[in-house]
Design a protein around this ligand. Structure first.
Ligand SMILES: [Mn+2]
Length: 349
């Protein structure tokens, strides 16, 4: 076993039965699958962790999540698929981060950083959890869960041929459908990730999720329908142009801005495409900025706003896919800096 994974295994094995452990995760299929594998392994070892799901507009290191984690007074924290932060906001509580994203600002201190970033191929968070977990306990009963994360993040398992027997057994079609249902929970207006997780927990195969009739699965279907109809509406919003920039204004309770920004970015590969949603969080504009150009959008945003006083946060994520959330006043400033006319700006108010 590689050193980087051994550290993760040793961290989990060092937790005494009965300890208070918090598991936090990213809310997509890879994060949920990784968290489920970690929870399963801990349960086998006599530990019942508390799972904390970041709420709407939150993530593992946002103020609200930190508050919820601290209120449990955990003795250990395990973060799955969450990205990392150089300053560990949870220090000095022993923390394990299982991740595969670029470590923003460098390798984090004060934590056990079990990251596949820079490896070839890069294992997703659920796959790292699986590889660690199966060195600790028999994962056969939940072996299918790893497929949700790998296929959810990468679309297939071709970089990891050792997963082929599992794909044959559970089929890619069923896994993809299950991923779609699980991911719709975080995108729904209620951002009800806990239901997706409980549905995953009660299932014993991807097919159970796809064909299940339990109240949890029915709820996931409603989320998927809600998302679909909100996306249809959002796709009809007209784009506005200014120089090399395109902007659309959305008004949806669902997490649609990222999907819409990438649709426009694919349609207009020479532009930076901004999708702003004024209906997602009360009193704030949440936006995504994407492009197919050879551009660094994070630098672009920071340069554009460097002399401005902005209420909100922005410019995390990836070079070609970033975003933020701001007060309406700050967002209008951003639009103006991007070159949009007074007339266009009014549509976003
Ligand atoms: Mn992931």
């Amino acid at each position: 076993m590689d050193d980087i994974f051994r550290q993760g295994k040793e961290f989990i094995e060092g937790i005494k039965p009965g300890s208070r452990v918090v598991v936090i995760m990213d809310t997509d299929a890879d994060g949920l699958a990784g968290a489920r594998i970690v929870e399963y392994v801990l349960e086998r070892r006599g530990i019942q962790p508390v799972l904390i799901f970041p709420g709407k507009g939150e993530w593992a290191y946002s103020e609200q999540t930190i508050k919820s984690v601290r209120s449990v007074e955990p003795e250990y924290i395990i973060a799955v698929d969450t990205g990392s932060s150089v300053q560990n906001p949870y220090a000095p509580i022993p923390t394990l981060v299982i991740d595969h994203h670029y470590p923003l600002g460098g390798k984090p201190r004060d934590i056990v950083f079990c990251s596949s970033y820079g490896r070839k191929p890069v294992e997703t968070a659920s796959l790292i959890s699986y590889l660690i977990g199966k060195e600790i306990t028999d994962l056969t009963p939940i072996e299918w869960v790893v497929l949700l994360g790998v296929i959810g993040d990468l679309g297939d398992t071709k970089e990891f041929p050792f997963l082929e027997p599992l794909v044959k057994k559970y089929t890619k079609t069923q896994v993809r459908k299950a991923v779609g249902l699980l991911n719709s929970a975080r995108r729904a207006s209620s951002c009800d990730v806990s239901t997706a997780y409980q549905a995953l927990r009660e299932a014993s195969s991807p097919r159970d999720i796809v064909e299940g009739r339990s109240p949890l699965i029915e709820k996931l279907r409603q989320y998927k329908d809600e998302l679909q109809s909100e996306l249809e509406k959002a796709r009809r919003s007209r784009p506005f142009f200014a120089g090399e920039n395109v902007a659309v204004c959305l008004d949806s309770g669902c997490l649609v801005q990222g999907i819409i920004a990438s649709i426009w970015a694919n349609k207009f590969p020479k532009y930076r495409c901004l999708a702003a949603n004024k209906g997602y969080l009360p009193g704030e504009i949440v936006f995504n900025l994407r492009t197919r150009r050879q551009d660094n959008l994070i630098d672009y945003l920071h340069n554009l706003l460097k002399d401005c006083k902005i209420e909100g946060s922005y410019g995390y994520g990836h070079n070609k896919a970033t975003g933020g959330r701001m007060s309406p006043e700050s967002f209008i400033l951003l639009l103006k800096k991007m070159g949009f006319s007074e007339e266009v700006v009014k549509k976003f108010e």
